[in-house]
Design a protein around this ligand. Structure first.
Ligand SMILES: O=C(O)[C@H](CS(=O)(=O)O)OP(=O)(O)O
Length: 231
């Protein structure tokens, strides 16, 4: 098995084989929490316009997402696992999800043979899935901030998944301390607690909490259905 670590939106465009699009803060942690909350379907889209179009066609759909980490007009929820956990109206619903980096990574991974999401909250399940599939090529894409500059948490998550695939040790114990002032600062700003609350930092770093994988199946160019696969 050839394992490559790639970066940012460009990396997603060049990813081949079984491709893991990694976004720890927060897109693909959020999708895990959405499924944990009993959401029936998640559609991932790259643009706000596509999300709005789907809402017009299906008013019952719930829009979840952000730009620059902040809430979007007309969206029911931001990109926050904390607020998703608090949500009382999402069980059994269909969610449309669009974000600055993660969901754009999915729709740009056009050369991948299969796409799954990547986060710390289901990293072990991801490694187990890949080891079971035994693909020739694996691409681990650290999406970064906005898909354009490096985010330490995504790079570390790629390293963690790689170490699990190679059965090598990886020290998770000091990770939160490392990230607190290197990617985690924005969750501790007083004025953006309505969109990026402090709890999100811990919820996104609750390692290996979930034993499922989420696969992105293409419906059309800017629209992917996210399939829950239990391990
Ligand atoms: O909502 C987030 O945490 C980020 C914002 S950004 O990429 O850092 O601008 O979006 P995501 O797509 O979840 O990385």
């Amino acid at each position: 098995m050839e394992i490559k670590i790639l970066n940012l939106l460009e990396g997603a465009k060049h990813a081949e084989g079984l491709t893991v699009i990694i976004d720890v803060f927060r897109a693909f942690s959020v999708e895990c929490y959405l499924y944990q909350q009993g959401v029936k379907n998640i559609y991932t889209v790259g643009t706000i316009e596509k999300a709005q179009q789907l809402k017009l066609e299906h008013p019952e759909y719930i829009l979840v997402g952000e730009r620059d980490g902040l809430l979007l007009d007309g969206f029911e929820y931001g990109n926050s696992p904390y607020f998703i956990n608090e949500a009382e109206d999402i069980k059994g619903s269909t969610v449309v999800h669009t974000t600055s980096a993660g969901t754009r990574g999915i729709v740009n991974a056009k050369n991948a043979t299969e796409i799954i999401t990547g986060s710390f909250v289901n990293a072990k399940a991801i490694a187990k899935y890949i080891l079971h599939e035994q693909p020739e090529k694996v691409s681990l894409v650290a999406m970064g901030n906005g898909g354009s500059y490096e985010a330490k948490e995504d790079v570390l998550c790629a390293d963690y998944i790689k170490s699990l695939l190679l059965n090598k040790d990886f020290d998770l114990s000091s990770l939160k301390d490392k990230l607190l002032n290197n990617g985690g600062e924005r969750f501790h700003q007083v004025d953006t607690q309505d969109s990026q609350p402090k709890e999100d930092f811990h919820l996104c770093l609750d390692y290996d909490k979930f034993d499922f994988v989420i696969r992105a199946d293409k419906v059309e160019d800017d629209l992917y259905k996210m399939i829950l696969i239990n391990q």
